[in-house]
Every structure is written in structure tokens, then in C-alpha cells.
Design a protein around this ligand. Structure first.
Ligand SMILES: Nc1ncnc2c1ncn2[C@@H]1O[C@H](COP(=O)(O)OP(=O)(O)OP(=O)(O)O)[C@@H](O)[C@H]1O
Length: 244
């Protein structure tokens, strides 16, 4: 069952075309990962999908009644504000204690309920944001770089947690990741984005696609190239339009 689609999605920010003619869909229960260099429009695609950005052209479709849980790449909260994790999760609307406990447990931070938000580590903070998204009982969980700031064991644990959540909540997961080597084993499908969809398919198909290799190289070099943001791929459209 298809949960959400984008059809010929074009998004402009100012005079810049950030996404151009992107076709995309996510199916019930799958883990779909979007990879691409910095500035390739990954966050923009997620934000357009949740309705936070309006397409310049093309369409976004959601299955009627679709519940989406969204975890942004970062969220700024006032560090001087005294607020516990429990209280944070009850904003803006009151939640049942059981629901909060279940969400924290599934996000792997059940011991943090009474901790101050301002005292959490970066990784703990991300997991609390994940718990907040789980409170929506999502059919589609959208995660923007869920392992930002985590060390290697931390991000491996996070990907395991995500698989666990997929089966506990019976939801689909759409995420952006920079960790190609992990993504290639943790995803059912991968989309390689660079303003447009360069290639897509199973991890094995994408890893061997010439478009993907042009962006990221191959093998270990590929993973390293991502961090260097190499970019020698030719586009068939013009990203930046004249501001006249
Ligand atoms: N609010 C904004 N104002 C101006 N330009 C923006 C804004 N948001 C995004 N952009 C531009 O749109 C392009 C795509 O940004 P986006 O954040 O979607 O990329 P990304 O692939 O998620 O990047 P990263 O890997 O660095 O997180 C970038 O060139 C960025 O500078």
C-alpha cells in the first residue's frame, strides 16, 4: 500500500530551484533512505512531503488520514528553560503517562523521563525527539539525519532502534542519512538525490549505478567521498536561475 507520493515535484527557494521534477513514493512498512551531497535538497524533500513547503509545481499526495511522525535535523529549545523530558513530551498537548513511557522505551531512553531537557547529550536529545514523533502513532516516520552527532556505535545502535520501531509500530520509515555504508545495509530502498533523482532502487542497485558512483565513488572511497562532498556529476538542468 502506498502511503505518500511526490509527482514531478519542483520546489523553489527564492530564485533557486532546489528540487526539479522529483518522482517518489513510499510504501507501507519499508525503510527508504535518501542520500545525496550537502545542499542536494534532502531536507527540502522531507519538508515538502510534510506540507511545510509549497511546491512550485507538481503534487504531493498522502493516503487519506495518514499519521506522520517527523523528527527534524535539529530543534532549538531555550537552554535556560527548566523543563523535564516528560513535560516536553506533553507539549503542546497532554499525553497519557503510559503513552509517554512506551514512546521513550521505543526510542531507547526510558530512564530519561525526569531529566532536564537542557542536560541531555546530543544523542539523547535526538532520541527524545524520536519519542515525541512516536507519540503520534505514525504510519510514516520521517527522520532527518537521525544519527547527527552520534559516534559509530551510537549510530549503529540508532539504526537498530529504527528497525525495532518499524516492527513495533508497523510503520514505514523515510530517512536522510550521510552514512552510506550503514544505509546500504539498513534500508529496503535508497534514493540518491541531487536536485533531481539521480538513481533509486535496492541498496545494491543504487551502489552500482553509474550516477551514484559519479557522486560518491565506489567502495570505501564512496563513503569517504560523501564526507568530502565531492561532486563531479553533470546535471541536465540548471539549478540556479537568474534573479531578474
Ligand atoms: N530557508 C532557506 N533559505 C535559503 N536557501 C535555502 C533554505 N533552505 C534550503 N535552502 C537551500 O536549498 C538547498 C537545499 O537545501 P537542503 O537543506 O534541502 O539540502 P540537504 O541535502 O538537506 O543538505 P545537507 O546534507 O547539508 O543537510 C541548499 O542550497 C540550501 O542552501
Amino acid at each position: 500500500m502506498t502511503l505518500a507520493t511526490a509527482t514531478k515535484l519542483t520546489v523553489k527557494i527564492g530564485n533557486t530551484t532546489v528540487l526539479h521534477n522529483v518522482d517518489f513514493s513510499i510504501e507501507q512498512g519499508e525503510i527508504l533512505t535518501v542520500v545525496g551531497p550537502n545542499g542536494s535538497g534532502k531536507t527540502t524533500l522531507l519538508r515538502a512531503l510534510i506540507g511545510a513547503l509549497r511546491p512550485a509545481s507538481g503534487k504531493i499526495w498522502h493516503k487519506p488520514g495518514l499519521n506522520i511522525g517527523y523528527v527534524p535535523q535539529r530543534l532549538n529549545i531555550n537552554a535556560t528553560l527548566p523543563i523535564t523530558v516528560n513535560r516536553f513530551l506533553s507539549l503542546p498537548r497532554k499525553r497519557k503517562a503510559d503513552d509517554i513511557a512506551k514512546a521513550l522505551d521505543n526510542a531507547g531512553v526510558s530512564t530519561l523521563a525526569d531529566h532536564q531537557m537542557s542536560q541531555l547529550s546530543g544523542g539523547q536529545f535526538q532520541r527524545v525527539l524520536l519519542a515525541r514523533a512516536l507519540l503520534e502513532q505514525p504510519q510514516l516516520l520521517i527522520l532527518d539525519e537521525p544519527t547527527t552527532g552520534l559516534d559509530q556505535p551510537g549510530s549503529a545502535a540508532m539504526y537498530q532502534q529504527i528497525e525495532q520501531i518499524r516492527s513495533n509500530y508497523n510503520c514505514a520509515v523515510l530517512m536522510v542519512s550521510h552514512e552510506l555504508h550503514v544505509v546500504m545495509s539498513a534500508s529496503d530502498r535508497v534514493i540518491c538525490l541531487n536536485g533531481h533523482v539521480c538513481c533509486h532502487g535496492t541498496p545494491a542497485v543504487v551502489a552500482s549505478a553509474p550516477e551514484y558512483r559519479a557522486l560518491f565513488g565506489s567502495g570505501t572511497q564512496g563513503a569517504l567521498a560523501l564526507y568530502r562532498h565531492d561532486h563531479d556529476h553533470n546535471h541536465d538542468h540548471n539549478h540556479t536561475e537568474a534573479a531578474e
